[in-house]
Write a new protein. Structure first.
Length: 319
């Protein structure tokens, strides 16, 4: 059976890390695409030379021509500009919307059957715009945010309780921004809900609230430290987990920015919800029971995403 094909649109910090992770996991052959000449080609050559050392077989190529993504099974989009200190994710809207238009048209013309994972910020708006511009089915276009936000939440909880990250499972809903909703009640350590661990005296509500807030500002914390860009290792690992769920039909339940049409009382919008990802892409939106606080938090997130979409429509009349 021929190897799968993974196209990475954007060969920057996340794109290069995606390529390395996909190669190490032998998910398939990899095409790095970028508008900057030399960068995708240079990174592809460098990564190919990891093969003999790390023992992976993967054909890794770089290109500036969309024709080379033809037939891709999975496309992961990081094209655009990243944040610098003092910039919000929403500040990237105008620039990255134009990029999504070019990327959407490139995908529509060359790889319309791919499963597309959008990473570019502001994520909740960019994944919606990418779906509009590409015209792909809603279940084949999804945004990566919740897997990263949940990973941040899990890391901080594992440190708090002094347990293995393997035993921590968390739920983060809503948008990829200050309005995200880490759902403490559904977050567990080896099946024990976090509120029960607080009752058992293993932490306090104040400390858990501080962890929720640190998760919300997890991206900004790293931008402030790096100063030259934003996080890219965990975002890449998160995008690869979603790609693997599709390529290997894993039927994973993952928090993603997915299209909802009625679920959670939301119509015709991309928002962070738990979904089941398998060989047919987003196969199901999982509707969990939310308490009043989580419901209110999700509504704030939905309203914020709707505002971003209105801004997109104001910029590009074709949306
Ligand atoms: O959780 C999440 N979704 C976020 C997403 C987590 C971290 C970073 N987030 C966003 O991903 C970030 O705000 C950016 O919008 C993207 C990519 O972040 P990255 O750190 O990879 O940015 P880089 O290193 O600047 O790489 C972007 C590449 C760069 O090589 C540009 O030349 C290229 O995108 N680029 C393009 N490629 C193709 N087509 C066009 N038009 C284009 N414009 C720029």
């Amino acid at each position: 059976m021929a190897r799968k094909k993974i196209a990475l649109i954007g060969a920057g910090n996340i794109g290069g890390t995606l390529a390395h992770l996909a190669a190490q996991k032998e998910l398939g052959d990899i095409v790095l695409f970028d508008v900057v000449e030399g960068v995708p080609q240079g990174k592809a050559l460098d990564l190919s030379q990891c093969g003999p050392v790390e023992g992976f077989d993967a054909k890794i190529t770089g290109t500036n021509d969309y024709k080379d993504i033809a037939g891709a099974d999975v496309i992961i989009v990081t094209a655009g500009v990243a944040r610098k200190p003092g910039m919000s994710r929403d500040d990237l809207l105008g620039i990255n919307l134009k990029v999504m238009k070019a990327v959407g048209e490139g995908i529509a013309a060359n790889a319309p059957d791919a499963f597309v994972i959008c990473i570019t910020n502001p994520l909740d708006a960019m994944v919606w715009a990418l779906r509009e511009f590409s015209g792909l089915p809603h279940n084949k276009v999804v945004g990566m945010a919740g897997v990263l936000d949940s990973a941040r939440f899990s890391t901080f909880l594992a440190w708090e309780f002094g347990v293995s990250i393997r035993d921590v499972n968390t739920f983060v809903l809503g948008g990829h921004g200050d309005t995200m909703v880490p759902v403490v009640e559904y977050s567990t350590v080896n099946g024990i809900p976090v509120p029960d661990l607080v009752k058992m005296g293993l932490s306090t509500q104040e400390r858990i609230d501080a962890i929720v807030q640190r998760t919300r500002s997890g991206g900004g914390e790293i931008v402030g430290l790096l100063k030259t860009g934003s996080a890219f290792y965990a975002p890449a690992a998160s995008g690869i987990a979603m790609a693997e769920a599709y390529l290997n039909d894993q039927k994973r339940i993952l928090p993603c920015a997915a299209y909802v049409s009625g679920e959670y009382g939301v119509e015709d919008l991309y928002v962070g919800v738990p979904v089941l990802i398998g060989a047919n892409g987003v196969e199901k939106v999982i509707e969990i029971e939310l308490d009043a606080d989580a419901k209110a938090g999700l509504q704030v997130s939905v309203d914020a995403v709707k505002e971003l979409l209105e801004a997109c429509k104001g910029i590009d009349g074709s949306l």
